[in-house]
Write a protein that binds this ligand. Structure first.
Ligand SMILES: Cc1ncc(COP(=O)(O)O)c(C=O)c1O
Length: 368
């Protein structure tokens, strides 16, 4: 029986630390819908300061944080948002910006480094003379780190250039910064500098930072007032939310400094995977806590079978496509977990190849 679990499906799987649990138990709370939860107030003020924006609001999830941000920027139905075709907002958020907000997505191909081409953004902006037929562009969204591109970092210079373009056309810029602290640490750029050009940023607290739940939206005071109101409409306002903010505050204080180590372990993982014959891993592109590896011959090594065998060893992975698998490192993955998981992966490959070989032999035996 396996007693060890190495959960590499996502950085969302962390369990709250003892310090977080203690902070939750002791949090001074009140009704936040009435605006009087002191712990929420303190945490939101701190987040606004750290992110270099006027105000912040705690939101139940990253999905809701993005939805609210896009909808506040695109108050008029039929507005258009320019965003990456592999962005979380476009791929994984149930098309909420369209179904709930009447916002039209104009996608641009994400480059392998997570950027979207600035010339293509400019070309996609609708011209006022065409307004009879086309939706009106109001917003550009970027994602940093860009998860589906492998957790790649968008640089401050790139974001600044998109910001300049947005200003030129009177558009707003939102950053899905679910893992913005990973980007900040990997680039060595303070997080407030990284998002300077953005009008709003959503930051997940329950990913690399390891809090049990929640995200924060930061922006101008006026923007956050509107965001709070829309959150109430969506049923996202919570009463004694300080219980969650207390854990998130511990995450902010304690865990940003651990991200560098997560990135180092992810790189080590990628280097190990790139030595496995039947995989293709671009170790050089691993910048933060994510590693994607491709299975070169899925007829010989089916990803589902690989994940199944690994699960029996307590190693949990998430297939990213029919040919690739994603690994995400977080602060509750130790050095020894990485070694254990790599050994299990190598053994699983051998086991699958041996099974295939045995099947072939026994089929041959039946045929003769
Ligand atoms: C880049 C990115 N943005 C937004 C989200 C949504 O966060 P949540 O799961 O809290 O809704 C995720 C979740 O994995 C994400 O990876």
């Amino acid at each position: 029986m396996v007693t060890r679990t190495v959960d590499l499906r996502s950085d969302t799987v962390t369990k709250p630390s003892d310090m977080m649990r203690a902070a939750m138990a002791n949090a001074d709370v009140d009704d936040d819908v009435l605006g009087s939860d002191p712990t929420a107030f303190r945490f939101q003020s701190e987040m606004a300061k750290v992110m270099g924006k006027e105000a912040a609001v705690f939101v139940p999830s990253g999905t809701m944080a993005n939805l609210i941000s896009v909808l506040v920027h695109c108050e008029v139905r039929g507005s258009e948002v320019i965003l990456g075709d592999d962005s979380h907002i476009h791929v994984y958020e149930n098309g909420g910006i369209s179904t709930i907000g009447g916002v039209h997505p104009k996608t641009i191909k994400n480059n392998p480094d997570g950027t979207i081409d600035i010339n293509q953004i400019e070309a996609a902006i609708r011209k006022p003379k065409d307004e009879l037929c086309f939706p009106t562009t109001r917003l550009i969204c970027l994602e940093n780190t860009q998860a589906n591109c492998g957790g790649r970092c968008l640089s401050a210079e790139y974001i600044d250039s998109v910001g300049v373009l947005a200003k030129k056309y009177g558009l707003k810029l939102h950053i899905d910064g679910a893992r913005i602290f990973n980007a900040s640490v990997a680039l060595g750029v303070p997080v407030d500098r990284l998002v300077q050009a953005a009008d709003s940023v959503s930051v997940c607290l329950s990913k690399g930072l390891g809090a049990p739940a929640g995200s924060v939206i930061v922006g101008s005071k006026d923007f956050i007032t509107k965001a709070r109101r829309l959150m109430k409409t969506l049923g996202g306002c919570m009463r004694q939310v300080g219980v969650l903010c207390a854990a998130a505050h511990v995450a902010l204080r304690e865990n940003v400094s651990k991200l560098q180590d997560d990135h180092r372990k992810a790189k080590f993982f990628a280097d190990g995977l790139s030595q496995i014959e039947h995989f293709s891993t671009d170790s050089a592109s691993v910048e933060t806590n994510m590693v994607f590896f491709k299975i070169l011959d899925t007829s010989r090594i089916p990803p589902e079978r690989l994940c199944e065998i690994l699960e029996e060893c307590g190693v949990l992975l998430l297939p990213a496509s029919s040919t690739s698998i994603r690994i995400v490192v977080h602060y509750q993955i130790s050095e020894s977990d990485v070694h254990y998981a790599l050994t299990c992966i190598k053994n699983a490959v051998h086991q699958i190849l041996a099974e295939k070989h045995q099947n072939k032999e026994s089929n041959g035996a039946i045929a003769t």
